[in-house]
Design a protein around this ligand. Structure first.
Ligand SMILES: [Zn+2]
Length: 248
């Protein structure tokens, strides 16, 4: 048990608070705190089992909309919305910085906003980000930064990708797998669009444009961490991190 104020280890139990939650006292700074003090949960009136249930539902393959979450937990829909927002906010830090090796890139429209998506065939990690337009000077620097100078990039024949080196294309008006080189296709990335679009239609009734980056990080979180139990433990570790800012 680490101290939520100074980070020192070795805090010992120190009675209960009026909601019967375990209190701890730090031997170093002798401050008294709860398990949730100075984490994103501090100040929340929800109980630990409610937080855990909401966390587990967020880590499932499709997640749960705020309306459903409020019905399952028996809480206010606004509170459920806030919970989902906190989860989306904390998983934003997990987005990959680079997707090296062989990668597929494509762009798609979400709520009248272009999104550029890439997935590495080596690490199976995907990267989704909002872009203002599909011009070459918008897309190429982003692809190059993520794929790196050594990366081999597969795209469709959109002109916005013309500035890339180490680049192979598949003509989507004719075929979905390059008939001369069968390994050149963008079908993995098309599959990721499939995951995101169905989530957007069936769970959330469309991603709102203003918070699209947060919803994209939710998609990346589920895709990049394949195993449910890993997602649960990563998310609960992120929630019990010491933080000084109130998020939502
Ligand atoms: Zn301390």
């Amino acid at each position: 048990m680490f101290c939520r104020f100074c980070g020192a280890a070795g805090a010992h139990r120190f009675g209960k608070d009026r909601r019967h939650r375990q209190r701890y006292k730090c031997p170093h700074c002798s401050k008294v705190f709860l398990r949730r003090t100075n984490t994103v949960k501090s100040g929340s009136h929800l109980s630990d089992p409610q937080w855990e249930m909401a966390l587990k539902l967020f880590a499932t393959r499709a997640g749960m909309s705020a309306a459903d979450l409020s019905r399952v937990l028996g809480i206010n829909p606004k509170t459920a919305q806030k919970l989902n927002r906190i989860f989306r906010h904390v998983v934003q830090g997990l987005r990959p910085h680079s997707i090296p090796g062989v990668s597929e890139w494509d762009e798609s429209m979400f709520s009248k906003q272009w999104v550029l998506g890439g997935v590495s065939r080596d690490s199976r990690q995907c990267l989704l980000e909002c872009i203002t337009d599909r011009r070459e000077d918008t897309m190429c620097p982003r692809v190059l930064r993520a794929a790196g100078p050594e990366g081999l990039v597969f795209t469709d024949e959109h002109l916005g990708y013309n500035g890339l080196y180490r680049h192979m294309t598949v003509c989507h008006s004719r075929e979905f797998v390059n008939s001369d080189a069968r390994f050149v296709h963008t079908n993995t990335q098309e599959g990721i669009w499939g995951h995101c679009k169905t989530l957007s239609w069936h769970i959330y009734r469309g991603f709102p444009k203003a918070s699209l980056p947060q919803f994209l990080s939710e998609c990346m979180f589920r895709y990049n961490i394949r195993i449910y139990s890993t997602r649960v433990s990563v998310l609960s570790a992120l929630l019990s991190r010491k933080t000084n800012s109130y998020l939502v």
